[in-house]
Design a protein around this ligand. Structure first.
Ligand SMILES: Nc1ncnc2c1ncn2[C@@H]1O[C@H](COP(=O)(O)OP(=O)(O)OP(=O)(O)O)[C@@H](O)[C@H]1O
Ligand SMILES: [Mg+2]
Length: 356
């Protein structure tokens, strides 16, 4: 039995204090994902009035401390109420920004979140009102990248959910909703429901650009976001290695399928920029992404060097793009090219109506 299977097994045997039944019996387990010691558990809708704090505690005590699990995050989907279900047409997704730009990669770990955050930082530098939506449900990065890991969470005001703000960027992330202690309750289907709430219920104000940090991969979740979100264009991040490039192509195909313009490709970890001598070393063979961009007929937006400062800054919640070193300049150039292309695509963020 693999580690995840073992956890699934333990999870299915958890007794829900509200009804005395195991999660297996009541068919509640919706999903489980383990990343970086954090187990994210998705539970299907439960009975009305269920004690979710007690349920979360039961799940935590069954899983935390097992091999590979340091923390659990419990997400509970809710049933749409009768009234909501009966509604003939759900509210359309309003575009909260003039330009909504998704940052996607296909392959995980290529620095997509780092690039998305720094593109947002560069947009702020260019004087734009900028927001970032962290759409990675299982592995939210924005809290760490923006130094908000200990943020108290999102507040709801009369105007809607108030985004957090750091380095001039307005932010929402699953990471702010799924705190150490609070279980999160979504309305409706997991991914699209969450994204829709982020778009419609967050008080973004009047943004010039909203960057979406997409979850890695090219599966159903990504497709659901691409189809259900009024995206003006997508930026593909890849490293120069062939494997990453193959996945970048899949990501491009996914967005192509939904007729979302590809604004361009950014090559991350393009070459090693020595922090001591300032010299560049091509570790993976630089330029693969540029050639790939040509192949798929997409513009090339630029190269971001592999630089220790980027990792250090990410971990410390600083944005390199807010400074003015060579890496910051690379992000600024890429952001400028991205903005030129999104405006040239002449596609104001469309309105999408859900048919569920
Ligand atoms: N150009 C770079 N130079 C140095 N380190 C980098 C660079 N880009 C990203 N990193 C580091 O690589 C790691 C992975 O980056 P990141 O989390 O942004 O990737 P991701 O593609 O979003 O991953 P995931 O698939 O998990 O969402 C982080 O530790 C980050 O600091
Ligand atoms: Mg990421």
């Amino acid at each position: 039995m693999g580690m995840t299977d073992m956890l699934k097994d333990a999870l299915s045997r958890v007794i829900n204090p509200s009804d005395g039944r195991s999660l297996q019996e009541s068919g509640r387990v919706g999903g489980l994902d383990l990343r970086g010691g954090v187990a994210t558990i998705i539970l299907k809708p439960g009975p009305e009035g269920e004690d979710i704090t007690a349920l979360r505690a039961a799940v935590a005590s069954a899983l935390e401390g097992r091999e590979g699990v340091t923390r659990t995050r419990v997400i509970i989907e809710t049933q749409l109420s009768g009234a909501a279900k009966a509604k003939p047409a759900p509210a359309p997704v309003r575009a909260p920004a003039r330009r909504i730009i998704a940052v996607a990669s296909g392959k995980g770990g290529v620095g997509k979140s780092t690039v998305a955050a720094n593109l947002a930082g560069a947009c702020v530098k260019l004087g734009l009102k900028t927001g970032l939506m962290d759409a990675d449900i299982y592995g939210p990065s924005a809290p760490r990248l923006f130094g908000l890991s200990d943020a108290p969470g999102l507040r709801k005001t009369d105007a809607g959910i108030e985004p957090l703000e750091a380095h001039g960027v307005k932010l929402v992330s699953m990471g702010f909703l799924v705190g150490e202690r609070d279980p999160v309750v979504w309305r409706g289907p997991m991914v699209t429901g969450a994204i829709r709430q982020f778009l419609n219920e967050v008080d973004w104000g009047d943004l010039d650009v909203l960057i979406i940090d997409m979850p890695p991969g090219t599966g159903d979740a990504q497709l659901a976001i691409a189809q259900g979100t009024p995206i003006s264009g997508v930026v593909i991040v890849s490293t120069p290695q062939t494997l990453a490039l193959d996945d970048a192509r899949k990501a491009a195909a996914l967005f192509d399928r939904t007729e979302i313009p590809i604004l361009g490709v950014i090559e991350n970890m393009s070459f090693f920029l020595c922090p001591h001598c300032g010299e560049g070393t091509e570790i993976f063979g630089r330029g693969g992404a540029k050639a790939e961009a040509e192949l798929i007929g997409a513009p090339f937006l630029g190269e971001i060097p592999l630089h220790p400062e980027l990792r250090e800054a990410s971990d410390a919640g600083r944005l390199v793009a807010s400074g003015d070193g060579p890496v910051a300049k690379a992000f600024l150039r890429a952001a400028e090219a991205m903005l030129v292309n999104v405006d040239a695509a002449h596609r104001p963020a469309p309105e999408i109506v859900f048919a569920d």
